[in-house]
Design a protein around this ligand. Sequence first.
Ligand code: XMP
Length: 517
Amino acid sequence: RILILDFGSQYTQLIARRVREAGVYCELHPWDMAAAAIRDFAPSGIILSGGHQSVHVSETPRAEPVVFDLGVPVLGICYGMQTMAEQLGGSVAAALEREYGYAQVRARGHSRLLRDIEDHTTPEGYGLLDVWMSHGDRVETLPPGFSVIAETANAPLAGIADESRGFYGVQFHPEVTHTPQGRRIIARFCHEICGCGNLWTPSNIIDDAVTAVREQVGGDHVLLGLSGGVDSSVVGALLHRAIGEQLTCVFVDNGLLRLGESDQVMATFARHMGVRVIRVDAEARFLERLKGVKDPEAKRKLIGNTFIEVFDAEAGKLQGVKWLAQGTIYPDVIESAGAKTGKAKVIKSHHNVGGLPEQMNLGLVEPLRELFKDEVRKLGLELGLPAEMVQRHPFPGPGLGVRILGEVQKDYADTLRRADHIFIEELRAAGLYDRVSQAFAVFLPVRSVGVVGDNRQYAHVIALRAVETVDFMTARWANLSYDFLDHVSRRIANEVEGVSRVVYDITGKPPGTIEWE
Ligand code: XMP
């Protein structure tokens, strides 16, 4: 297993994902992880991430000396390389020019890290790599025992190595997709240099998780709130495999789900897999509560609180439950760890289901705690969940409650569900669904004039939203073709009663958010 020490780069999570993609288990910890904890982790190799600070300023982060004394290979990336160089006796200084963006790196010699990995070859036979750079400092003098393995015009020491100790440093970022050979470089480090096998595969992860869950809960009963989303679905399938009848799921239908979603959850889990699922039809209760409420944040709170109430009441009826399962995934864990040290945002509130664990003295079962979203999806497929469920776009906890602007009403929700379904169905049919990150329809409770046959119509407006994004923090509206939008618009206007007009949202984030509320 590989230990990644985070020096604060925005790309650190990507390093972890690339290592996992290479089939190697890794964990990400802050750069100041205690020496004893590093030893206890017993890594096969260590990766030092990039960071935004300057090594030549004192009081900036340094690696624990134990990192270089454990006798395991170390890969320093950007800041990680600079601190390694400085700590081992080299020097770092501000470069004359900052390098930011694409660069070409020329490989030198035959290092184990870069050998035969290249995008182009020079006429003289040198390997050239296209890489992503983002740095203002550079290594000026090599530490003893090191040699140069890569250079650019601006950074003569763009890659350094002490092959005898297995220490490597690269100034560029192999973890980002803009470095096309980056995956191979990281896989090379993990497999050939650290000697890690390709063992972190979906079926091994499932086997390990099944064993761990069985050990954790023994013969006790476990409760899971199923939402229809990817994470809770995968937890459900995994726990069912691990403990079968000891699992009870509660699925709250709040009336704000997508068309057919509630039935699909029941079909997949209850009928197809034989999981015990209690479906609570709480549509009326949610709509009653939402009556007259227009403010988006008020609606969010109300929907969240009502969910907790309904879920708690249902759970209270069950006898002998000792554990509550949750779909917490690794980015949530990293975020909440960061929140404690003041480095990142707080954990998503929907992961703390109710006051249940404390009130009922329930232990927590979180079998996805170590996994990234793409790994969770692969596990879901391996566990036999339908691809359509596993690859689904994200859907907000408050559901259609924040896609019906202003007051939520049942007929609005029904209209929106049908329009949304047509949009999604057409995206899938055109092969566009997986090319956009999130797509949905929004209900605007304003009326606009239209004409149906010979009659004047005065009805509501549907807005379509489709975005492309990597992290959902910023997004671009998806450039769907006019022909496609025309087709969707005609279908919605023809097939969904109560809609007189369809519009397409061409606002990016920022300044817009992805959802309309
Ligand atoms: P915004 O609208 O903030 O959305 O650009 C970013 C991502 O978050 C989702 N989202 C939510 N998810 N509860 C959730 O669980 C919420 O209240 C909520 N609001 C937005 C949104 O769908 C998008 O993927």
